[in-house]
Design a protein. Structure first.
Lengths: 112, 110
């Protein structure tokens, strides 16, 4: 079954810590996205990618890096985590027509 | 300014009542999707509706692009319909990224 799988499900780190969120999709989609979801803001796009090796900046990229190592794998990196990055993070993938948009289950990150 | 506005922010219904959720956009878009999310849960795509009317079971979406709005009608609501309904439009850059509204939180009571 086509799916988007995120890991870890939950993560706690200290301010200044280094965090990597992982996402793998088996949809054979070209496009992958990282969103964060916060109360009052809905989902906001952090970074996205058209394919392996490609990276594009989203609407709220500050403090985040991303890397698309393969068609299937997209990583979100927080190299100096701050409390403002406490959030629920979603990965998604889509095909070129954007009519098939699949989300992962989310990673809840707490920065203390 | 938020580019996607949803109303109402929250809605409480009795089981079997109908729900009407609204979404408006600050810019023109070629792509509208509706998603469903349980609290803290995965988003599930409900309807992809760039224009006109689309139906899936008890869900009906109507999008009028020239008026920059879309609606989602839920008929005969069930307790399991409770959750957050998110409207999303394609970013104007055409790069397949979606911009989301803040959602309508629906609670269906027995």
């Amino acid at each position: 079954e086509a799916a988007v799988t995120q890991s870890p499900r939950n993560k706690v780190t200290v301010t200044g810590g280094n965090v990597t969120l992982s996402c793998r999709q088996t949809n054979s989609h070209n496009y992958m996205y990282w969103y964060r979801q916060d109360t009052g803001h809905g989902l906001r796009l952090i970074h996205y990618s058209y394919g392996a090796g490609n990276l594009q900046i989203g609407d709220v990229p500050d403090g985040y890096k991303a890397t698309r190592t393969t068609q299937e794998d997209f990583f979100l990196l927080l190299e100096l985590a701050s409390p403002s990055q406490t959030s629920l993070y979603f990965c998604a993938s889509s095909d070129t027509a954007n009519s098939d948009y699949t989300f992962g289950s989310g990673t809840r990150l707490l920065v203390i | 300014e938020q580019q996607v506005q949803q109303s109402p922010a929250s809605l409480v219904l009795q089981e079997a009542e109908n729900a009407e959720l609204q979404c408006s956009f600050s810019i023109f878009t070629n792509q509208v999707q509706w998603f469903y999310q349980r609290p803290g849960g995965r988003l599930v795509s409900l309807l992809y509706n760039p224009s006109g009317t689309k139906q899936s079971g008890r869900l009906t979406s109507t999008t009028v692009i020239k008026e920059r709005r879309s609606s989602l009608h839920i008929s005969s609501s069930q307790i399991t319909d409770s959750g957050t309904y998110l409207c999303a439009m394609e970013h104007s850059s055409g790069s397949w990224q979606l911009i989301f509204g803040s959602g309508t939180q629906l609670t269906v009571m027995p």
